[in-house]
Design a protein around this ligand. Structure first.
Ligand code: BES
Ligand code: MN
Ligand code: ZN
Length: 492
């Protein structure tokens, strides 16, 4: 799929389909109105018949409208004129993509970005269209044998705007490509997407982009670094752990932003075994890692002037004769001893060593992204990712990037008051707290390993994938992370 820009006015456009917005009560967007005049009010007569009322997400595909150069006009409802909400705009662009994807249309031109969406900039509207379109077009096929290629695949959407939407289209393309990569890695089953597989994908990313290089640390190298916490998790698995380091070099000598992604390719819980129902979804426990891959691919495509290092600790968490047992004490790379009271709280065990390792890059900031706690789903549902940080300006930047990208986050506190839950009688720290504030105590655990730098933690257990009938990875929080990096560059 290609996202392009055009400044050719709809009246003279030649494309398989022109997409224009209509509002409730038969109101027309500027481009719809232009086409309507050109067709001698044909479009408003059709609307008056009542087949489309303009509610957000409604569509009506018109063929051979008198006086219009393009063979088709797609009317898309955007709700009440003048007050299109972000959600209505996303419903509209999703509906548009659904029609474009289920017809013989190959090249479409969208005029939807001309409408006002809560005063959002053109870039937002274009990116959001690319993101909704990619979500509609994405089809998981890698482990299916009965997939027929689509007869008329959609090939391009051009965005009409007088002021040239080229830059916006390019960023929409890059972000949605990054999301697709994250989705694909997330959806792959645990028997294919192993730590070794993820390491190979990092090598492929480095082959694809000159600006990315990668280093993979194996278990011996991690042992030499003293990563006793990380390695205690992989000891119970036949799949060797990997520490994947990806270096995106886009600026001469700037301190890097380090993104640490939890890469649990399958989390059975270990000896603290998870219940069997729904356990398949724990293949998604590497979605933090997947978002780091997707973000690096997106910023490499956009050639952003910034240095970013992706660090992905990757392992399985399995029950085994050699697995961690409740009560075991392990020593982390930082030297702190950890009492493992629940082997299912393994994410923090691999992340703490990866965070300690991150300090060697003299990072400007470190952000970890992890499907860390079920509790964050209880707190925030699938709407927002949880945000916790040891530095409020950094938290504010992530909140801002969440609002800007509409890939939103919500902050929870990590006050000292919560830290005592992690007290242990037998080690420096326990790996779980009590029943209360599970997402906060998980972050408190990580905070013990991030004292030397500005750090934020994103708990994406509720946002990285959908369960149920529409089960699948979402590609979040790639838009958030790319936006954060774009804002970061702009603030320099
Ligand atoms: N990967 C899970 C978190 C998770 C659970 C994500 C359910 C999405 C859905 C993590 O490793 C885990 O098991 N966390 C435990 C922590 C607990 C033992 C303190 C949890 O959330 O139950
Ligand atoms: Mn777990
Ligand atoms: Zn986990």
């Amino acid at each position: 799929m290609q996202y392009l820009a055009t400044t050719t006015a709809p009246a003279t456009l030649e494309t398989d389909c022109i997409v224009v917005a209509v509002f409730e009560d038969g109101e027309l967007s500027p481009s719809a109105s232009t086409l309507n005049k050109q067709s001698d009010d044909n479009i408003s007569r059709i609307i008056a018949r009542g087949d489309i009322t303009g509610k957000a997400g409604q569509t009506l595909l018109l063929q051979d409208v008198k006086g219009i150069t393009s063979p088709r006009v797609l009317l898309v409802g955007c709700g009440e004129k003048g007050s299109t909400s972000e959600n209505n705009y996303i419903s509209a662009t999703t509906a548009m993509a659904t029609v474009l994807n289920s017809t013989a249309i190959r090249h479409a031109t969208s005029c939807l970005a001309e409408i006002d969406v809560q005063s959002r900039p053109l870039t937002w509207k274009v990116r959001q269209t690319a993101i909704s379109t990619e979500a509609v077009l994405y089809k998981y096929t890698q482990t299916k044998s009965d997939i027929k290629p689509q007869e008329f695949p959609l090939e391009s959407i051009s965005f009409y705007d007088e002021s040239d939407a080229t830059q916006a289209a390019l960023s929409g393309q890059a972000i949605s490509n990054g999301m697709t990569l994250a989705r694909e890695l997330g959806n792959l089953p645990g028997n294919i997407c192993t730590p070794t597989y993820l390491a190979q994908q990092a090598v492929e990313l480095a082959n694809r982009f000159d600006s990315i290089s990668t280093t993979i640390l194996d278990e011996d190298e991690m042992a030499n670094l003293g990563m006793g916490s990380l390695l205690s998790v992989s000891r119970g698995s036949r799949e060797p752990a990997k520490l994947i380091v990806m270096n995106y070099n886009g600026a001469a000598d700037a301190r890097p932003v380090v993104l640490v992604g939890k890469g649990l390719t399958f989390d059975a819980g270990g000896i603290s075994l998870k219940p069997s129902s729904g356990m398949d979804e724990m293949k998604y426990d590497m979605c933090g890692a997947a978002s780091v891959f997707g973000t690096l691919a997106a910023i490499a495509e956009l050639k952003l002037a910034i240095n970013v290092i992706g660090v992905v600790p990757s392992s399985e968490n399995m029950p085994d004769g050699d697995a961690n047992k409740p009560g075991d004490v392990v020593t982390s790379m930082a030297g702190k001893t950890i009492e493992i009271l629940n082997t299912d709280a393994e994410g923090r065990l691999i992340l703490c060593d990866a965070l300690t390792y991150s300090a060697r890059f003299d990072p400007e900031v470190v952000i970890d992204i992890a499907t860390l706690t079920g509790a964050i789903i209880v707190a925030l549902g699938s709407q927002a990712s949880g945000l916790m940080a040891n530095n409020q300006p950094l938290a504010d930047q992530l909140l801002q990037a969440g609002n800007d990208s509409y890939d939103r986050v919500w902050q929870l506190p990590i006050w000292d008051d919560y830290q005592q839950q992690l007290d242990s009688n037998f080690a420096d720290i326990a790996n779980i707290g009590g029943k209360e504030a599970g997402s906060v105590t998980a972050a408190c655990f990580l905070s013990r390993f991030t004292k030397d730098f500005n750090w934020a933690h994103l708990d994406i257990a509720g946002t990285a994938w959908k369960g149920g009938k529409a089960k699948g990875a979402t590609g979040r929080p790639v838009p958030l992370l790319v936006q954060f990096l774009l804002n970061h560059i702009a603030s320099k």
